[in-house]
Design a protein around this ligand. Structure first.
Ligand code: EPU
Length: 301
């Protein structure tokens, strides 16, 4: 989608929002899939309510993109203008056991930064790709650790009120790969509370998690991590593997040879290829196990 109205573009520029025309989102997602659209890069959180107000008034459809690591975008000309938070150099501030982090910050770098200040607990999250905001929205987790329990306060733009609000951690419901945030809430900043732990000890935990991940996940291929959530008490990866579907593909979209719940873009996969593969595998699991798998990856439609 193109922002063709010069008056609207001027008003957006006045808010300090950076306009990037005709961006290819294949280059901005870990799956390497996605069409083109204009991108609005938000430098100051405070400009968001006015920006969205302007777009809504002008009837311009918009979507917010986080780190791009757990999302499947359509091909071609996207029917939305895309909003994204700009990354800042200094995105985390530590005060005692409290860490105030911008949601555009990289999750892995945040874990390492906190470790260097002897703050631990998040070791399991080290290899989870993506931004702090994305991790927060879906309560990302790995190796027994989820981000939710560390959250004390969240600064969020609520589409329902059109305002930036601060929520206490206790007001948010964190479940397995799910939170009580509304789909159109935009995570802006978070305050985490982390336990004190010596750097060396944290580093040891980080190394173990990295090793486990390297041995079981296709880290050097384009993917969005696990495609499906695990069903209660089960493992999507194990079921897909048991059916002999590793390596199965539609176009260049493939079930990874390494971990069957990772679907990789092995070349020039389109969104249509990936969606067809998701639908095929879901159908096979339904037939074989009577289980309806739910996507973990967020599909823009
Ligand atoms: N398994 C297979 N074949 C496979 C993959 C897995 O038999 O191809 C078996 C494993 O041997 C193991 C079981 O399935 O016995 C579970 O596998 P794994 O330990 O890899 O964990 P997972 O449940 O598949 C979850 C998260 C991952 C996270 C890992 C490590 C989900 C959907 N996935 O995977 O998170 O990294 O645990 O904690 O909850 C993600 O969310 O995108 C993600 C990658």
């Amino acid at each position: 989608m193109r922002l063709n109205d010069p008056k609207l573009r001027a008003a957006i520029a006045e808010l300090g929002v950076e306009y990037q025309p005709d961006v290819s989102f294949a280059g901005k997602t870990s799956l390497g899939i996605g069409g083109t659209s204009d991108l609005l890069l938000i430098r100051k959180h405070a400009s968001l309510p006015e920006l969205i107000h302007l777009l809504d008034n002008a009837g311009v459809p918009h979507r917010f993109l986080g780190g791009g690591t757990n999302v499947l975008l359509p091909d071609g000309d996207l029917p939305w203008v895309v909003l994204q938070l700009a990354r800042h150099k200094e995105d985390a501030v530590i005060e005692g056991n409290s860490v105030h982090v911008d949601c555009s910050a990289d999750l892995g770098r945040t874990v390492t930064y906190c470790a260097k200040h002897d703050l631990g607990g998040m070791e399991g999250l080290i290899g989870v790709p993506g931004s702090v905001g994305g991790a927060l929205r879906m309560n990302a987790g790995a190796y027994g650790t989820q981000i939710g329990p560390f959250v004390r306060e969240v600064e969020v733009y609520r589409a329902a009120t059109g305002r930036i609000e601060t929520l206490r951690g206790s007001e948010i419901n964190f479940e397995y790969r799910h939170t009580s945030f509304a789909p159109d809430d935009i995570m802006l900043a978070v305050r985490l509370e982390l336990p004190s732990k010596p750097y060396r000890e944290i580093l040891q935990g980080i190394r173990i998690c990295n090793e486990k991940r390297r041995s079981s996940q296709p880290l050097n291929q384009k993917s969005a991590g696990c495609i499906f959530k695990n069903p209660p008490g089960g493992s999507a990866g194990r079921m897909i593997d048991e059916m002999g579907l590793k390596g199965y593909g539609v176009g260049d979209a493939r079930v990874s040879d390494r971990h069957a719940n990772f679907f990789v873009n092995a070349g020039h996969a389109s969104a249509a290829d990936m969606l067809a593969l998701i639908s095929y595998v879901r159908g096979r699991v339904r037939e074989m196990y009577g289980v309806e798998l739910e996507e973990e990856v967020i599909v823009w439609k």
